[in-house]
Design a protein around this ligand. Structure first.
Ligand code: SIN
Length: 524
């Protein structure tokens, strides 16, 4: 982007915000219809897709039985909050999504006869997860999609771009976005007939997370400020098996390790999860995370571990190269050592309210992937359904855009005053509140197990910080904080009203005296 007192201005038929799997799949499907500008905060490794390890869940065979079984597992894991009709659309869309990836050349793992290899993850009743490069599925899919998009003469890649405002045409329709670079010195206005949010979730708003730091939900906050409805923000999925080393960053130890036979054990080597759920290590993710929370609380002196030392060393190295090598780099040889684990925020079931063709509550604005709330994941997402959602919805949003006759839209530019670069934004006097403080509030007060008193306290803290906001100069840190606080307020508001099932798990009483039973923790 060029330094300029005025924003640089470009027009494109379609504007996609976000450079992960959902964004690139959408770009590929839109390019035959018109010009596509994709605005991203950075390279393809800056968002969550790149780090997806487990794989892509598909109802292999794609016959009625396979589809019904995948739908049933998704709904069971979703703890009563899935929209069944939409789940069916998602699963039925998998055949095309998978075939497209194979035709692009994604190197899914196969056996020596050339047949695809399938793994199992928690809450799946059968092995149905395809993977690539062992545990490098996300990065290999993303690289393949990006290679197919970059170089196309109707494609423009814009980076580094941080969305600061949605633009609305004279007719009130969303007509693009205003972006700044990382410093706030350079600005870019993109006018478009359809604007598609594909920015991922906001799990990095929690102190402990598997997500890269960029995933703090700022685009969702911007859309909400423009009037887009958000929903189900209470439903944060915490991944149970995340490496926990003193001073070390959390690192995901894919659920496929448990699907392939890994055990969760305590210091004494006992497999603890069967106390909570008959499926043990393969119980739904929310149940396993809560069980680990309770175990840690009941036995703070005894760390919990993921153990795969009983699996052949060569197999571990070849099937899980990324995880194996990362662990080795921090001194843990998974073929000999147990890996200490503690859950971390991983995925958002809620987000921008969207239908199954990506439409949001604002005309001209669409949402795909984790940023969207389509209700397919209910109260707890089934493992490896997230890449599936990103791909299937990347296809389906184009149906919405075509049905809405978006390409025929007469693009009315926004009024001049709306196009002005903001000189000041609401911000907090320097140092009094930091992102770290906000992330600690979310982790402590809206974490794996919730208590009314803590949620109320968290909400009050966020409100108090918002009340401290004064107008100040535009700077990245201030913009991020403003968005984080506004989104956190919405999360806390939703925690108080959302159904208390699945990932929105509450215990009665005070956090100090509560002693929940294994049965309570294990319920959906
Ligand atoms: C994992 O590999 O355990 C994560 C996959 C997912 O989030 O579905």
């Amino acid at each position: 982007m060029k330094r300029s007192p005025e924003p640089r201005r470009i027009t494109s038929d379609f504007l996609i915000v976000g450079g992960g799997i959902a964004g690139y799949q959408t770009a590929l499907d839109l390019l035959p219809l018109g010009s596509v500008a994709l605005a991203s905060r950075g390279s393809i490794s800056s968002g969550s897709s790149y780090y997806a390890q487990g794989g892509l869940a598909i109802p292999w065979g794609f016959d009625r039985d396979a589809i019904d079984s995948h739908v049933e597992d998704t709904i069971r894991a979703g703890a009563g909050l899935c929209d069944e009709e939409r789940v069916r659309l998602l699963i039925e869309g998998s055949e095309e999504a998978f075939a497209t990836l194979v035709s692009y050349g994604v190197p899914f793992d196969r056996d020596e006869k050339g047949e695809f290899l399938f793994t199992r993850e928690a809450a799946h009743s059968r092995p149905r997860i395809v993977h690539a490069g062992g545990d490098k599925t996300g990065s290999l899919i993303l690289k393949t999609l990006a290679q197919n998009v970059h170089g196309h003469d109707r494609f423009t890649f814009l980076t580094p771009c941080r969305l600061t405002r949605l633009l609305k045409g004279q007719d009130g329709r969303v007509a693009g976005g205003l972006f700044m670079d990382e410093t706030g010195d350079e600005w870019l206005e993109v006018l478009a007939k359809a604007t598609i949010m594909a920015t991922g979730g906001f799990s990095a708003l929690f102190a402990r997370t598997t997500n890269p730091p960029s995933q703090v939900g700022d685009a969702a906050a911007v859309c909400h400020r423009a009037g887009a409805e958000l929903e189900r923000l209470a439903f944060t999925q915490f991944h149970p098996t995340v490496l926990d080393l003193p001073g070390g960053a959390p690192f995901l130890l894919t659920e496929a390790l448990r699907g392939e036979g890994g055990h969760v054990v305590n210091e004494a080597g006992e497999r603890v999860l069967f106390r909570y759920h008959p499926d043990g290590e393969l119980a739904p993710r929310d149940v396993v995370s809560r069980a680990l929370w309770l175990e840690a609380r009941a036995h703070p002196e005894s760390p919990l571990y993921l153990s795969v030392t009983h699996l052949p060393a060569l197999y571990l190295k070849e099937r899980f190269p990324q995880v194996y090598n990362h662990c080795l780099s921090v001194g843990i040889d998974l073929s000999r050592d147990r890996a200490p684990i503690r859950p971390a925020a991983h995925f958002q079931m809620g987000g921008i309210t969207s239908d199954m063709e990506g439409r949001t509550s604002l005309p001209g604005l669409y949402a795909v992937g984790e940023v969207a709330s389509t209700r397919v994941h209910g109260a707890n997402r089934l493992a490896s359904n997230s890449l599936l959602e990103a791909l299937v919805m990347g296809h389906r949003v184009v149906l919405g855009i075509v049905t809405d006759r978006t390409v025929d839209v007469d693009l009315t530019p926004p009024p001049e005053e709306e196009r002005e670069i903001p000189r000041v934004i609401p911000t907090i006097p320097s140092g009094r509140v930091t992102m770290k403080m906000v992330r600690n509030i979310l982790w402590e007060k809206a974490g794996i197990v919730r208590f009314n008193s803590r949620v109320q306290a968290g909400r009050e803290e966020i409100e108090a910080y918002l009340a401290m906001m004064r107008e100040g100069p535009v700077a990245t840190e201030g913009v991020l904080l403003w968005n984080a606080l506004e989104l956190s307020r919405e999360i806390f508001n939703d925690l108080l009203v959302a159904p208390r099932v699945g990932a929105n798990f509450f215990l009665e009483g005070s956090p100090a005296d509560i002693g929940p039973s294994a049965q309570e923790i294990g319920k959906g």
